[in-house]
Structures are given as structure tokens and as C-alpha cells.
Design a protein around this ligand. Structure first.
Ligand SMILES: CC(C)(COP(=O)(O)OP(=O)(O)OC[C@H]1O[C@@H](n2cnc3c(N)ncnc32)[C@H](O)[C@@H]1OP(=O)(O)O)[C@@H](O)C(=O)NCCC(=O)NCCS
Length: 146
């Protein structure tokens, strides 16, 4: 997964962005959040897409989508929507009633995608993840369709 972060994000935010993304995926996600995360592989075993998510321990009505990526060769075919719908179902089963996630304000693909999936978007939150690391936050209630 670390190997695809640069090409799949198209060099977004340069070397700093690549470092930021790599630090978002320490091994603990693949040890402690496997029931709410998913990998999609092609028949030859190469990575096609991934989603890393979990349930909040602090607020059990909230599920959090930590990271998602789809191979650019597969964009626009509903792969991320399918992964999100799977996660919505999984989060509902586990008792969550809403899903939250964040992205960089300049990630226009992510913003458009979350908008299409029915998330509401916050204003830009300056320094949300540290100095210079602004974010926008997305929220979506899990209703009967989720
Ligand atoms: C954002 C991302 C996950 C979308 O994946 P995808 O598989 O192409 O998305 P889908 O095909 O499931 O699209 C679902 C909906 O979002 C819309 N959408 C997706 N990408 C879009 C874009 N770049 N611009 C406008 N709309 C977009 C689709 O048109 C579709 O709408 P519809 O179902 O109502 O027709 C993908 O572009 C990606 O991996 N980007 C790089 C990584 C990233 O930024 N991850 C998110 C932040 S952590």
C-alpha cells in the first residue's frame, strides 16, 4: 500500500504530501482494524483499492473513515462507492449511526466524491492536524439506506 500512495495521489502536495500520507498508515491499522477495513486485489494479486476505517471508542455512534484510495486506472467505475457502502453496512451492524472523515482542502477529487456520497462538508479547519495541515471534515448520517 505504501508503494501506491505516490502514484495514486498523483504527487498531491509534493514530497511533504507523500510523507504525510505514508505516516497515516502505520502497521497498527493492519493489526487492530481489520474487521472494518478492506483491500481489493486483482486476480494477479496487485492492489486495486483499499479502505481503512474503524469505530470510535469515544463515541460509539460514530464510525471513522481513515484512508481510502483507488487505482487511477479504475477511477469513475464505482469502486470507492462500493467500498464506502460496504463500510456503511459494517458500521451500522456494529451500532454506529454516523460516519466521519477528513481530507485536505485542496483534494478536489475527494471533496467531489464525498459530496456525491451524501456527506456534508465543514468549512476549512485551519491547522486541524498540526501547523499548516488544514482539513475539511465530512459527516454523513447512516439512515435506512446506509
Ligand atoms: C476519491 C476517490 C477515492 C474516488 O474513487 P472512485 O472509485 O473513482 O469513485 P467512484 O467511481 O466510486 O465515484 C462515486 C461518485 O463520486 C463521483 N466522483 C468520484 N471522483 C470524482 C471526481 N474526481 N470529480 C467529480 N466527481 C467524482 C463520481 O462521479 C460518482 O458519482 P455518481 O456515483 O453519483 O455518478 C479516488 O479519486 C482516489 O482514490 N483518489 C486518490 C486518493 C484520495 O484522494 N483519497 C481520498 C482522500 S483520503
Amino acid at each position: 500500500m505504501l508503494a501506491v500512495l505516490e502514484p495514486w495521489w498523483g504527487g498531491f502536495k509534493g514530497a511533504d504530501g507523500a510523507r504525510e500520507r505514508a505516516l497515516l498508515l502505520p502497521r497498527l491499522y493492519f493489526q487492530h482494524f481489520t474487521d472494518t477495513s478492506s483491500l481489493v486485489e486483482r486476480p494477479d494479486g496487485s492492489l486495486a483499492a483499499f479502505l481503512v476505517g474503524f469505530l470510535s471508542q469515544t463515541d460509539q455512534a460514530t464510525a471513522y473513515l481513515h484512508f481510502v484510495g483507488v487505482d487511477p486506472a479504475l477511477h469513475g467505475q464505482g469502486v470507492a462507492r462500493s467500498l464506502y457502502e460496504w463500510f456503511f453496512g459494517r458500521a451500522s451492524e456494529l451500532g454506529a449511526r454516523r460516519v466521519e472523515c477528513v481530507t485536505s482542502p485542496g483534494n478536489t477529487a475527494s471533496r467531489a466524491f464525498h459530496d456525491r456520497l451524501g456527506f456534508t462538508t465543514s468549512p476549512v479547519l485551519p491547522d486541524y492536524d498540526g501547523p499548516g495541515l488544514d482539513r475539511v471534515a465530512f459527516t454523513r448520517e447512516l439512515d435506512d439506506s446506509g
